[in-house]
Write a protein that binds this ligand. Structure first.
Ligand code: HEM
Length: 501
């Protein structure tokens, strides 16, 4: 690219194509105020600001349009942001037939191509996670705890007083993947290196493939989409591990009928019990296990890496956390019920999610009602509009959270203790219009009960067994802001040593 003219023409074509796409596609939203220019070409500066971190742009709109709406430009479309409790409440409670969570997420991930059309058509897994998985968290807690202990021991073999340096994100990803799969597929598969690796790879590859497919014009997607998708490749790898397990369970079911009472208590069984029609086949069940892994692993790993950085960045929390955990465990041991009594542990996780969170937006929806979605205030958004709420701004609003720029790991436990009988209101799993890391309303994350158990047990394990610090006693590694994502630095290293008394 020595010729500057080529660069110029290249940039000019991309800008024109982008402006043309945005101007021609998408609904007319001229009546919603914009930040920057409302002209498709001139809004390019805001597109750039959006891509390199929606946080600041949305904060500007949140201040300028409280209890209202504004729109921010993404590369190929406008995103409408709704602020204020009333509008957010309407979004969270709107039916799927009017504001669709699934259409919004499926377009982002191109789910049909990246994870199969069965997942798009039938979302029964959400119910399985919400009901069977959550119901079993108490009885399966010893397994979750065992996997955490074994995984940390194997991945962090600290000795004496020596510090051990490890890549933070990759190490936590391994531990989260193993621990989650102890509940999903059980031993020994949850520890199989290839099974872990393929789930980790899939979690990363789906996002990339989804974005690439999104760049294609719709008419090319059916032809090119499958080639860009990692689905078949990963499904083949996963089938080697899972197909014999699922086949064996189908065989026993056929042979023993009602007498098949010693079914393993895991995700595979819960899915088999709930699946119907085409979804009750071996390949569909294998794909479904992969999908639940996708929903669980990246979200939980990013969240826990933030938590780990916070332990190192705000070490004055460690002693009070240790005192709380020690006192509860001495009386009751390690159980799900005892974890529920660790208010400070719960609070630290809540605060980390409030302060950083893995995204800066929440309540992503697409208007799918043919004649548009009308809010109670009379504003009507046309069919096809993409809608969000600026979560980061809500979480940093001083009217909602006093001193929002202070990281106070015990902010929520203090609120809980000040209410009657340890109110459920300030627990990490309780979603609200003021607390949105797991969404809110109809589609609030069904896996949050499991995620909370797993991440609190990991946090408690870390503070009870290790000292943690950044390499060279440096500062907290900077987050990576990309569009609406707020990701912890995934290349930073962190140091552990055996806890010194
Ligand atoms: C800290 C970890 C996690 C975070 C931050 C998180 C966050 C979210 C969010 C924001 C949503 C969308 C909610 C909305 O727009 O209203 C969601 C949906 C979902 N999550 Fe999670 N999640 C986490 C862990 C998990 C885990 C461990 C599982 C499974 C075991 C899971 C399964 C799902 C599923 C299936 C949905 C789709 C819900 C539906 O179909 O209505 N998530 N999650």
């Amino acid at each position: 690219m020595d010729d500057p003219k080529l660069v110029y023409y290249g940039v000019a074509s991309v800008v024109s194509l982008y402006a043309l796409t945005k101007a021609l596609s998408g609904p007319n939203l001229d009546f919603i105020p914009t930040l920057g220019s409302s002209n498709a070409i001139l809004s390019f500066r805001e597109v750039y600001r959006y891509i390199f971190g929606a946080k600041e742009l949305c904060q500007e709109g949140y201040k300028k349009y409280p209890e209202g709406m504004f729109r921010v430009p993404n590369v190929d479309r406008w995103n409408v942001m709704a602020t204020g409790r009333e509008l957010m409440d309407e979004i969270a409670s709107a039916p799927e037939s009017e504001l669709s969570f699934y259409e919004s997420i499926n377009e982002f991930l191109q789910t049909g191509y990246t994870m199969g059309w069965g997942i798009v058509k039938d979302t029964y897994h959400a119910n399985v996670v919400r009901t069977s998985m959550t119901r079993n968290l108490g009885v399966l807690f010893p397994e979750v705890r065992d996997e955490i202990v074994v995984a940390f021991d194997e991945l962090l073999p600290v000795q004496g007083k020596a510090w051990l340096t490890v890549p933070a994100f990759d190490t936590m990803m391994q531990i989260v993947c193993r621990t989650s799969n102890r509940l999903f597929v059980g031993l020994p598969l949850c520890r199989d290196p290839d099974f872990i690796k393929l789930n980790v790879d899939y979690a990363m590859d789906v996002i990339i493939a989804g974005q690439l497919i999104n760049m294609l014009p719709s008419f090319l997607r059916p032809t090119i989409g499958p080639f860009l998708s990692p689905r078949k490749r990963i499904l083949r790898r996963a089938s080697k591990h899972l197909t014999p397990v699922v086949e064996e369970r189908f065989r026993k079911e056929k042979e023993l009928g009602d007498k098949y009472t010693d079914k393993p208590n895991d995700l595979i069984t819960w899915l088999m019990d709930a699946a119907e029609g085409d979804e009750r086949t071996v390949p569909a069940l294998v794909q479904r296990v992969l999908f639940v892994n996708f929903a669980a692993i990246r979200t939980s790993t990013d969240t826990f890496t933030h938590v780990l950085y916070d332990i190192a960045a705000y070490p004055h929390h460690v002693e009070p956390l240790r005192a709380e955990i020690e006192s509860v465990v001495q009386k009751e041991g390690w159980t799900r019920a005892s974890l529920n009594k660790m208010y400070k542990v719960d609070s630290f996780l809540s605060e980390s999610q409030r302060y950083w969170g893995i995204g800066t937006l929440s309540l992503g929806r697409k208007v799918v009602k043919k004649d548009g979605f009308r809010f109670a205030n009379g504003v009507k958004l046309p069919y096809g509009t993409y809608l969000h709420s600026p979560m980061w701004s809500v979480h940093h609003d001083p009217e909602i959270y006093p001193d929002p720029e202070v990281f106070d790991g015990f902010r929520f436990s203090k609120l809980r203790e000040s209410e009657d009988s340890g109110s459920a209101k300030f627990q990490v799993v309780t979603t609200s219009l003021d607390y949105l890391p797991f969404g809110h309303g109809r589609h609030a994350c069904p896996g949050r009960f499991f995620a909370a158990v797993e991440l609190k047990a990991m946090l408690a394990h870390v503070v009870m067994n290790y000292d943690v610090k950044f390499v060279d006693d440096g500062p907290r590694p900077a987050n990576q802001y990309m569009a609406s994502a707020c990701l912890p630095d995934s290349s930073a290293k962190i140091m552990f040593r055996k806890r010194q008394e």
